[in-house]
Write a protein that binds this ligand. Sequence first.
Ligand code: FHN
Length: 422
Amino acid sequence: MSASSIDWFRDAKFGLFMHFGLPSNPAGVWDGKVMGRNWYAEWIRYQHNWPAPGGISRADYDTLIPQLTIEKFDADFIIHEAARAGMKYLVVTTKHHDGFALWKTKIVPEYSIAVSPCRRDMIAELTAACRKYGLKVGFYYSHWLDWEHPGGGVPPWPERPNDPPLEQPSDAMYERYWSEKCLPQVGELISMFDPDLFWFDSWGSKTDTRKTQLTPDRLGRLIGLIRQRSPRVLINSRIGTEEGVDFLSMDDNHFPDKLIGRPWETSGTMNRSWGYHKLDFAWKSTETFLKNLINNVSRNGNYQLNIGPMGDGSLSAATIKRLRELGAWMDVNGMAIYGTRPVDAAEPTWGRLTQKGATIYAHVFDWPTDGKLELPKLPMSITSATVLETGEPLTVLGSVDGAIVNVPPHPIDDRVTVIELA
Ligand code: FHN
């Protein structure tokens, strides 16, 4: 990574995560049964019918390939929506755990979108749309688990409560997977698309002993290959190490309660599932997403909000509504997000603070009922306060230590009102 590569990531703050693949068609339901265990629809192959014995055989699972028609997939539309929502980068599943590639790969081409009826290259289309709308291009690649290759990792726990753990491939077989598929496909993604970021997926803590195949040697070869092919591409810590990578990825939907000095991000879902699940109706609110974003930004982090397009490639109405509501807020308040840094001050109980140069932004989550917004001790004296959305000037009483801003009786935005302090 060159010294400046991480700068765009630190300034961008808000990205779009996108989970799509073969499981987007069954969308959490197989043979009329809703998948169990959790709501991660992209896991249907192993979690179908859980906890009863079952799962889906590889042969049955592969009947999803002829269903991959994506007749309503419009990369331009999706990335335009992301840009309107204020998102500055995309991270898309090029290959999820099932091992199926969404680009026209020359490595294991028989398990890729090239053999589906659509004959399209989703990754090429999304990359072109990102370049058109000015978003950076990030690729999710499931390096650890791969359920296509005979040497790829399978879930490291018993999928059924009374079963033994699934049998993992031998180390020699895993090595074949690593050198025949994982490394060449990652290299190919770089040479074909020149991405800005790789988002690798393993989970749990650094010391999680289940990730046995991710040895220092293998991780070193993967990171080395990427660094050699692209000096600027960013790599996340879920590759399996925090050493030699560019930013930390929290666990799914995990929002740390304190500032972290290194660049970091949280990836989060709009409902429960990452891939589209047609019976997952637990949609979170736009207010939740905004507070997640602001919370992370105030603590030096980014937020990568996921969408799961439906099997035909289109976005659900619930997804589009949330993206547009986010965009409306970002249109008027984005300057309090992009390019900001944490403020050297105590975190207020009513919300969060961000700073850019000599301007501090107060993001008010809980509007004061007595009309007085009490500021903590700030690193500079405050003489002016303005509602960012409307330009309404507010009176500031006091200065550096515990200044008070007189605010109107009601917030201008029910979700989060931003006040610009200078
Ligand atoms: O197992 C995956 C899951 O399907 C999804 O891709 C998430 C996204 O962060 N990562 C894994 C679980 O942590």
